[in-house]
Design a protein around this ligand. Structure first.
Ligand SMILES: [Zn+2]
Length: 142
């Protein structure tokens, strides 16, 4: 089991934060959450359980990646398809967790819509032509 730290006051390392801000327009001060190695940087406290599921996937991905979190983040910024695969895995896990806690179909549909919208808009995945419908279909796969 991976030991995870939650850091609610410190921004992620500048090199990552600056690039993410430029590429995706995300703002740590407005609630964007960043996982760097085994540390989750978030202003949100407590972090919601489903988001924690999502970020834990990134902890495992970065820990297991050849070259560690630096190399993972470099590839994440450079390669939209890699970014898609990494985020899809995290959103699948997050959605599965959400469904284990929410039995109402409308709640699930609303949640799926929100996270699918995030997946298609925030991460610059227009580059790989990901539609909202595809995102919804794929997030539900696992
Ligand atoms: Zn993510």
């Amino acid at each position: 089991m991976q030991i995870i730290q939650i850091n609610k006051s410190t921004r992620p390392p500048e090199i990552i934060y600056e690039t993410a801000q430029k590429m995706f327009g995300v703002d740590f001060n407005k609630g964007a959450t960043f996982t760097v190695g085994n540390t989750i940087h978030s202003k949100e406290f407590p972090i919601s359980d489903d988001l924690l599921e999502h970020e834990q996937v990134h902890v495992i991905q970065q820990t297991n990646y050849d070259g560690g979190w630096q190399a993972w983040w470099d590839r994440y910024f450079e390669d939209p398809y890699f970014r898609y695969v990494q985020e899809l895995e995290a959103y699948q896990k997050q959605y599965k967790y959400y469904c284990s806690k929410h039995k109402d179909r409308n709640d699930r549909a609303k949640f799926l819509h929100i996270i699918s919208t995030h997946l298609t808009t925030i991460y610059g995945l227009q580059a790989i032509g990901l539609s909202l419908k595809q995102a919804k279909d794929r997030i539900q796969l696992k």
